[in-house]
Design a protein around this ligand. Structure first.
Ligand code: AMP
Length: 395
C-alpha cells in the first residue's frame, strides 16, 4: 500500500511516500515559501536530490505539483492508496487517528481556536488533497492524541472551572506522535512490554517538550494548551510567570498580538542570543559569547528541572529518552542537562555520550539505575504506520 504522509504548514508542505507495511521510504520532499514567485521545491528520490525554484501561489498549486511529481516519476506503475495528514490539535475528541469524514474535517477547522497557527493549514491540506487525490483514503493523525491519557490533576489548570467547560482551556500537550514513537522504540529496545515501561521522553527540536510515560501511557507533558508552554525553545519562551503578559500590556503598551509574537517568535534561544538554531548558539559560545553561554545554561537547567519533576511523578523510571535534532545530536546539551543527577540514579557515561553514532544507543554508566538512551524520532513513519493501521481496521 502506497501511503503519502503530508505535513502542511502555513507556507510549506513536507511530504514522504512509504510503501507499507514494509516501511520502505520511496520518496521525500518539501515545498517551501508557498505564496511566493520563487517557491523552493526539494525532492529526494532513488538516491538523487533535486532542487528547483518556481512560482507556487497557494497550497492547491503546491499539492498539484506533488501529485504530478508522484504520478509522473514515482508511482508510474502503481497508485496512491492513502494519505496520512499530520494534524496538530485534536482537542478532547480525538485520542486515536481518524479516517477523515466531513465531521472530522469540520472539527479540525473548529479546533483552530486552540491552534491558530497550525490547524488552519492542516485543514487546508486535507481539503486540497481531497480534490487533488480523489481516489486516496485520508486519515488524520493528531499530535495531541498520545496525551489523551493525562489524568485530570495533570491536565487541569487551577483557574475557574467555567474556563475549562466553556472554552476547553486545559493541558493538551503536543509532539505526541514523536513521544509515542520513541516510547514504542525504547520499550522494544529494552525488551519490555510497552505497558510495563516507564520513561521520560525528551523531544528537543525547534520546538521542545518532555513527557512522563507511565506503563506506556502519557501521564504528564510540558506543553499545555498550546506549544508555548514548558521548556525553553528556539524562539518560544516556554514557562514564564503568567503575569508577564499583563506587565507588558500595562507597562510597555503592547497589544495581545504583539505579546503573542514576542513570546512565540522572538524569545527562547533567539531572545537571549539573537539565534534560534542551537548550532549557531554553540558557535557563538565557542567564540566566548557570554549570552550564548547563558542561553545554553538556561536551556539545560530547564530540562533538568523537568527531569526532576517527572522522576517524582513516575517514582520508577526505566530510561530517559533523548530525541529530535538537538536531543539526538548535541552531546553538550545531554551532558549539561544530566550533570549532578547521580543521586537520582542517573549517571551519564561522558565518553559514550560524545561518540557520534546513529540509531538507538545507550549512554549510561554500568552503575546507573536509570538508562539513558538516544532514540531517533521519525514522525512521518509513525504517521504512515498509524494510517496503515486505521485502514487495515476499516477495510
Ligand atoms: P528538529 O526540529 O528535530 O529538526 O531539530 C532542529 C534543531 O536541531 C535545529 O534548530 C538545531 O538547533 C538542532 N540541531 C541539529 N543538529 C544539531 C547538532 N549537531 N548540534 C546541535 N543542535 C543540532
Amino acid at each position: 500500500m502506497n501511503i503519502l504522509v503530508l505535513n502542511s504548514g502555513s507556507s510549506s508542505i513536507k511530504f514522504r511516500i512509504y510503501t507499507m507495511p514494509h516501511e520502505e521510504l520511496v520518496a521525500a520532499g518539501l515545498v517551501e515559501k508557498i505564496g511566493s514567485e520563487e517557491a523552493d521545491i526539494q525532492v529526494e528520490f532513488r538516491g538523487q536530490r533535486e532542487r528547483l525554484s518556481q512560482p507556487v501561489q497557494n497550497h492547491e498549486e503546491g499539492l498539484q505539483w506533488i501529485a504530478d511529481f508522484l504520478t509522473e516519476r514515482v508511482l508510474v506503475d502503481s497508485t496512491l492508496d492513502a494519505i496520512g495528514h499530520r494534524v496538530v490539535h485534536g482537542g478532547e475528541e480525538y485520542s486515536q487517528p481518524m479516517l477523515i469524514s466531513e465531521e472530522v474535517l469540520d472539527k479540525v477547522n473548529e479546533l483552530a481556536i486552540l491552534a491558530p497557527l497550525h490547524n488552519p493549514p492542516n485543514a487546508q491540506g486535507i481539503q486540497v488533497s481531497r480534490r487533488v487525490f480523489p481516489q486516496a483514503q485520508q486519515v488524520a493523525v493528531f499530535d495531541t492524541a498520545f496525551h489523551a491519557t493525562l489524568p485530570p490533576h495533570a491536565f487541569r489548570y487551577p483557574i475557574p472551572n467555567k474556563l475549562y467547560e466553556q472554552y476547553g482551556i486545559r493541558v493538551y500537550g503536543m509532539h505526541g506522535t514523536s513521544h509515542q514513537y520513541v516510547t514504542k522504540q525504547a520499550a522494544s529496545f529494552l525488551d519490555k512490554p510497552m505497558s510495563e515501561t516507564n520513561l521520560i521522553t525528551i523531544h528537543l527540536g525547534n520546538g521542545c517538550s518532555m513527557t512522563a510515560v507511565k506503563n506506556g501511557q502519557s501521564v504528564d507533558t510540558s506543553m499545555g494548551l498550546s506549544p508555548l508552554a514548558g521548556l525553553m525553545m528556539g524562539t518560544r519562551s516556554g514557562d514564564i510567570d503568567p503575569s508577564i503578559p499583563f506587565f507588558l500590556s500595562n507597562q510597555a503598551n503592547m497589544s495581545p498580538s504583539e505579546i503573542d509574537q514576542l513570546l512565540n517568535q522572538e524569545s527562547g534561544l533567539k531572545g537571549i542570543t539573537g539565534e534560534n538554531d542551537l548550532r549557531e548558539v554553540l558557535k557563538l559560545r565557542a567564540q566566548g559569547d557570554k549570552m550564548a553561554q547563558l542561553a545554553l545554561e538556561m536551556y539545560c537547567y530547564r530540562i533538568k528541572k523537568y527531569i526532576g519533576a517527572y522522576m517524582a511523578v513516575l517514582g520508577e523510571v526505566d530510561a530517559l529518552i533523548f530525541t529530535a535534532g538537538v536531543g539526538e545530536n548535541s552531546d553538550i546539551v545531554r551532558e549539561r542537562s544530566l550533570a549532578g543527577l547521580e543521586n537520582l540514579g542517573i549517571e551519564l557515561d561522558v565518553e559514550k555520550n560524545q561518540e557520534h553514532l546513529s540509531g538507538i544507543r545507550q549512554l549510561q554508566r554500568a552503575s546507573s539505575k536509570v538508562k539513558i538512551l538516544v532514540v531517533p524520532t521519525n514522525e512521518e513513519l509513525a504517521i504512515a504506520e498509524q494510517t496503515y493501521q486505521v485502514l487495515s481496521k476499516n477495510n
